[in-house]
Write a protein that binds this ligand. Structure first.
Ligand code: ADP
Ligand code: MG
Length: 577
C-alpha cells in the first residue's frame, strides 16, 4: 500500500484515544475546563461510570456563540497567551480535550457567556459537527458527553467494569474538588449524590472529602524552601490506611499523582508506619511556574520539578517536624510515646535437662524483675509445632518439638491466618455468625468510601457485617462477624472500603472476598506485643497444626520458622553440609 496522509477525521480519532483513554480522563478534562472558566459552582453527573453519560455544568465565563465551533477544533485554545509553554496558569492549554471527546463520543456544548442574550449549542458526534443553534440555558456552560466510545467501539473492550470506571471518575472529581476548595462541587453518580460541598476553606474541604473524623486527627503543616511553598494537613502515623487513596497532592492548583511526591511522603513516614500501610495527607504545593514542567504527560498528572530533590526534602522535613510534635497537639494516639521496657522472658533449662525439660522460672531482663511460674512443657510426638517454652519480645512464641526441632512462631501472623481460615470456612458453609451490636456504631468515612461500601452491603452481610446508610459520608454498623469479637468498627470499615475500591486491574469477586476476609481477620488477630499465657501459646500451636494454609499469613509471610535438629547441627558445624 502506498504511503498516504491520514484524514483529519482519523487523526482525531487516534489522538482521542490518547487523551481520553477512559471516562475518568474525559471527566477530568471537562471539570478542568469549568475551573479554567472561573466557575464558582460545578456539578458533575455520571451514568454508568461515565461510559453512558457525563454531564458537567458550570457557572463560569461561558463560550461566546462565535467561538463554539472553534472550541471543538484541535489545537484551539483561549489559554495560551504566549506560546513559550513556560508560565502556564490554567489547567488546560493544549486545546485537545474537546476535539478528542467529540471525535470519539457524542459531545454537546451548551453555553451562555455574560452579556449574551441567549444560550447556543453545538454538537459533534464521532467527529461530525451539527452546526451552532440557539438553546436555552443559564449563564455558564453545560457539556454533555454521551456514549464515550460511540465512534471507537474497539476501545470499549479495554474498559473495566462500570463500577471500576465509576470509581476512577469519582476519584478524579474528588481530587479536583480538593484542588479548588473555593468552588462548590456536587457529584452525582448513577443518581447517588456522592458529595455536595459549598465553597469553603481548606480544612473544611478536607473534612468534607476525607471524612470529619479522619480530618480531625490530621495535623496542619506549612514549610517553605527556595520559593517552593508547602501547606496542608497530614495524618499522624496512627491514621495509616491500607492504600494510598487518601493522599492528595495539589501543585499550583493542579491535582497530581506524582511518583516523586508519593515517594517523598512514603520516605517521611518510613520509620513510623508499618510496611504495606500508607499515610493520609492532603498537601498543596506552590512552585514558581518556571521551576515546573507540566507538559510531561498528556493527562498532566505528572510533573517535572526543576529541583526534585529540593521538593522532596521540603516534604520530608515538614512531615518529620509534624511527627515530632507533642501528643497534646495531635488529638490522636501518641506516636512517640515512650515504649514499655523491653522484656525478654524465657525459661531456664533445668540442670541436666535435655531439649524437652524446662524449668518453671522466667527471667526478665531490663524490666523490673518479675517471675512467672508455669509447668514445664512436654512436647508430644504428634505435635509437629511442639510445646511452647517461652515468649520472646511478647511477639514470638518459642517452641520445641519432640524430635528436637526449634520452632519460632509469629503470634500475630499465625493468629491472623487462623481467624481468616475460620471465617472462610464459615462463609463457605454459608453461615457466618453475626453479632448484633448493642449500640450501633456510626462510622464517618469519605462520601466515596461510604457509597462504595453501601454498594457492597450484600456481600458484607454474607460476611456477617451489617451496615446501612447514615447521611452523606457516614455508615451505620448494626452487626459484625461474631468471630471478630469486638473489632474497632471504624478502622474495619475504612480498611474494607479500600479493599472494595476498584483497583487498576480488574479483580474477580472471589479475590475481593478473599481480600475482605483477610482484612476482617487482621482486625481480630492478637497483636504482636501482647503477652500470652502458656496455655494460650499451646492452643495457638495446636490450632495451627489443624488449620490449612497455616504456614503463611494472608500477606504471604511465614507464620513460623522451624530449625530441625539436622539444621542446628549443620549450623554448629557438627555435621557436614
Ligand atoms: P484547552 O482547555 O486545553 O484550552 P479544550 O479542548 O479543553 O482545550 O477547550 C477548548 C477551549 O474551549 C478552551 O480553551 C476554552 O476557551 C473553551 N472552553 C471549554 N470548556 C469551557 C467551559 N466549561 N467554559 C468556558 N470555556 C470553555
Ligand atoms: Mg481543557
Amino acid at each position: 500500500m502506498p504511503i498516504r496522509l491520514l484524514s483529519p477525521h482519523t487523526i482525531n480519532r487516534i489522538a482521542a484515544g490518547e487523551v481520553i483513554e477512559r471516562p475518568a480522563a474525559a471527566v477530568k478534562e471537562l471539570v478542568e475546563n469549568a475551573l479554567d472558566a472561573g466557575a464558582r459552582r460545578i456539578e458533575v453527573i455520571l451514568v454508568s461510570g461515565g461510559i453512558a453519560r457525563i454531564e458537567v455544568i458550570d457557572d463560569g465565563s461561558g463560550i461566546p456563540q462565535g467561538e463554539l465551533s472553534l472550541a471543538i477544533e484541535r489545537h484551539a485554545t483561549s489559554k495560551l497567551a504566549d506560546e513559550t509553554l513556560v508560565r502556564i496558569a490554567t489547567l488546560g492549554f493544549r486545546g485537545e480535550a474537546l476535539p478528542s471527546i467529540g471525535a470519539a463520543a457524542k459531545l454537546t456544548l451548551i453555553s451562555r457567556p455574560k452579556g449574551q442574550e441567549s444560550a447556543y449549542k453545538i454538537s459533534v458526534a464521532g467527529g461530525d459537527v451539527i452546526p451552532v443553534a440557539p438553546a436555552s440555558a443559564p449563564l455558564g456552560t453545560r457539556a454533555i458527553v454521551e456514549d464515550l466510545f460511540y465512534a471507537t467501539p474497539a476501545r470499549r473492550k479495554f474498559l473495566r467494569k462500570p463500577a471500576a470506571e465509576a470509581d476512577a471518575a469519582e476519584r478524579a472529581v474528588w481530587r479536583l474538588a480538593l484542588a479548588a476548595p473555593h468552588v462548590a462541587f456536587r457529584l452525582v453518580s448513577d443518581e447517588r449524590v456522592m458529595f455536595d460541598v459549598a465553597a469553603q476553606d481548606v480544612p473544611s474541604r478536607v473534612a468534607a472529602l476525607f471524612g470529619r473524623e479522619t480530618a480531625g486527627a490530621m495535623l496542619p503543616l506549612e514549610a517553605e524552601r527556595d520559593g517552593v511553598r508547602l501547606k496542608g494537613l497530614a495524618g499522624p502515623a496512627s491514621l495509616s490506611r491500607a492504600t494510598m487513596a487518601l493522599q492528595s497532592f495539589v501543585v499550583n492548583g493542579r491535582p497530581v499523582i506524582d511518583p516523586l511526591l508519593r515517594m517523598g511522603l512514603r520516605l517521611a513516614y518510613r520509620d513510623v508506619i508499618a510496611v504495606g500501610r500508607h499515610p493520609v495527607a492532603a498537601l498543596w504545593l506552590e512552585v514558581p511556574p518556571e521551576a515546573l514542567d507540566v507538559n510531561v504527560h498528556p493527562a498532566k498528572t505528572e510533573l517535572r520539578f526543576a529541583d526534585g530533590n529540593g521538593v522532596r526534602s521540603l516534604l520530608i522535613g515538614a512531615i518529620g517536624r509534624l511527627l515530632e510534635r507533642p501528643v497534646s497537639l495531635a488529638g490522636a494516639p501518641p506516636i512517640n510515646a515512650p515504649r514499655p521496657p523491653l522484656t525478654l522472658s524465657y525459661a531456664m533449662p533445668r540442670p541436666n535437662a535435655v531439649a524437652r525439660g524446662f524449668a518453671e522460672t522466667e527471667l526478665s531482663l531490663l524490666a523490673p524483675p518479675q517471675v512467672r511460674q508455669f509447668e514445664p512443657a512436654i512436647p508430644e510426638a504428634d505435635h509437629p509445632l511442639g510445646a511452647p517454652v517461652a515468649q520472646i519480645l511478647d511477639t514470638y512464641v518459642l517452641a520445641v518439638a519432640a524430635d528436637g526441632s526449634l520452632v519460632i512462631v509469629d503470634q500475630h501472623a499465625a493468629h491472623e491466618r487462623l481467624t481468616e481460615e475460620r471465617l472462610r470456612a464459615e462463609f463457605q458453609a454459608g453461615r457466618v455468625a453475626s453479632q448484633p451490636l448493642l449500640l450501633p456504631v456510626v462510622v464517618d468515612l469519605t462520601p466515596i468510601e461510604a457509597a462504595r461500601l453501601l454498594g457492597q452491603a450484600d456481600i458484607l452481610q454474607s460476611l456477617g457485617l451489617e451496615i446501612e446508610a447514615f447521611g452523606p459520608g457516614a455508615v451505620l454498623v448494626r452487626a459484625v462477624p461474631a468471630a471478630l469479637k469486638e473489632p474497632d468498627a471504624a478502622a474495619l470499615l475504612r480498611d474494607l472500603a479500600e479493599e472494595f475500591a476498584e483497583s487498576e486491574t480488574p479483580v474477580a469477586l472471589e479475590a475481593k472476598l478473599d481480600a475482605a476476609l483477610a482484612r476482617l481477620a487482621c482486625h481480630r488477630s492478637i497483636r504482636a506485643g501482647r503477652r500470652l499465657a502458656p496455655a494460650e501459646m499451646a492452643a495457638l500451636l495446636r490450632e495451627m497444626e489443624a488449620t490449612p494454609r497455616a504456614g503463611t499469613c494472608s500477606h504471604g509471610r511465614p507464620t513460623f520458622l522451624k530449625l530441625t535438629r539436622a539444621e542446628l547441627e549443620t549450623m554448629f558445624g557438627r555435621r557436614g553440609i
